[in-house]
Write a protein that binds this ligand. Structure first.
Ligand SMILES: [Zn+2]
Length: 303
């Protein structure tokens, strides 16, 4: 069976991403603060099982367990020389879980530092680091890339350029993390929705999105509406994707707790879908139960 390419498939109606990786690792006993990305090497079965749980819940694509697998983020755990090994292994685990019918997105998160003069990074070394990660993911067999939880536009643009420079024809999804700021939504670095959408779209990605952040479910629905308006205004052929958290986190004993039930999450997903957004998944606090509820509510796979 020849599978539709990811680029074509995402234009053909509802496409479900997965939920959180970190939340599920903790639920399976992985210590908070451990290098999640290194689990691709030393505990591949845990990662594989999480991918399978999402695919069985109805996800069309899973994200590789590589959110922090760039050189700079890995350096904090002493693994900066393991970029290739970790990303390649992660892509292979996800590929094995997804088989040839479902899709694998190579997950790329922020460096955790800032470009000069705010931080220590030079644009060129940052670009090299993202390119190194994307290259290894592509060697491991991903169908596309997702660059997510970005807050600074300059780092975001560099990441997109780097991924496109090594990714060939593979599609790129790109999203920022927003918080509610007065009547508006902004990233931690002060970027608003219009600025984010126009910048990302100008870099030629296939889908622009939002993920994570600290907003409530109702606010995610409102944010989705702002994305739809911003894309309309641009008049560009770019898809939108949404990966809300399971609501606003509550701090309990120093850890974030998400209390939104799968049913409430699915109701919000339905509202987001009704705005014309077809690519939907979950970020922090969401698990296979949330994705299964969305799949059921939106009658995914039932024609
Ligand atoms: Zn998140």
């Amino acid at each position: 069976m020849t599978r539709t390419s990811l680029k074509e498939r995402i234009k053909q109606g509802l496409f479900l991403l997965d939920g959180a990786m970190g939340t599920e690792l903790i639920a399976r006993g992985v210590e908070v603060g451990k290098c999640n990305d290194y689990l691709n090497i030393d505990s591949p079965n845990i990662v594989f099982d999480i991918h399978r749980a999402y695919l069985e819940a109805g996800s069309d694509a899973v994200l590789t367990n590589t959110f922090g697998a760039n050189k700079f983020a890995l350096a904090r755990h002493g693994f900066s020389d393991k970029v290739k090994e970790i990303n390649k292994a992660a892509a292979k685990i996800a590929r094995r879980a997804a088989g040839e019918e479902k899709y694998v997105l190579g997950d790329i998160g922020p460096s955790g530092d800032f470009l000069q003069p705010l931080g220590n990074l030079e644009p060129e070394e940052l670009k090299e680091a993202f390119a190194e990660q994307a290259k290894a993911l592509s060697v491991g067999g991903v169908d596309g890339f997702i660059i997510e939880t970005m807050t600074a536009l300059d780092e975001f643009a560099i990441a997109i350029e780097a991924v496109k420079s090594v990714g060939g024809e593979l599609p790129v999804f790109a999203s920022m993390a927003f918080d509610k700021a007065g009547d508006d939504y902004r990233t931690m670095m002060g970027v608003d929705v219009e600025a984010a959408v126009s910048k990302i779209a100008s870099l030629g990605v296939n889908a622009v999105g939002f993920n994570c952040g600290t907003t409530s479910l109702d606010e995610y629905v409102e944010l989705a509406g702002k994305y739809v308006s911003a894309v309309k205004l641009l008049g560009k052929d770019v898809l939108i994707f949404a990966e809300p958290n399971a609501g606003k986190p509550e701090l309990v004993d120093g850890g974030a707790v998400y209390r939104v039930t799968p049913e409430d999450f699915a109701s919000a997903a339905e509202k987001i879908h009704s705005l014309g957004i077809n690519i939907i998944g979950g970020c922090c606090g969401t698990g296979p139960g949330h994705i299964a509820a969305v799949s059921k509510k939106l009658q995914h796979g039932n024609g």
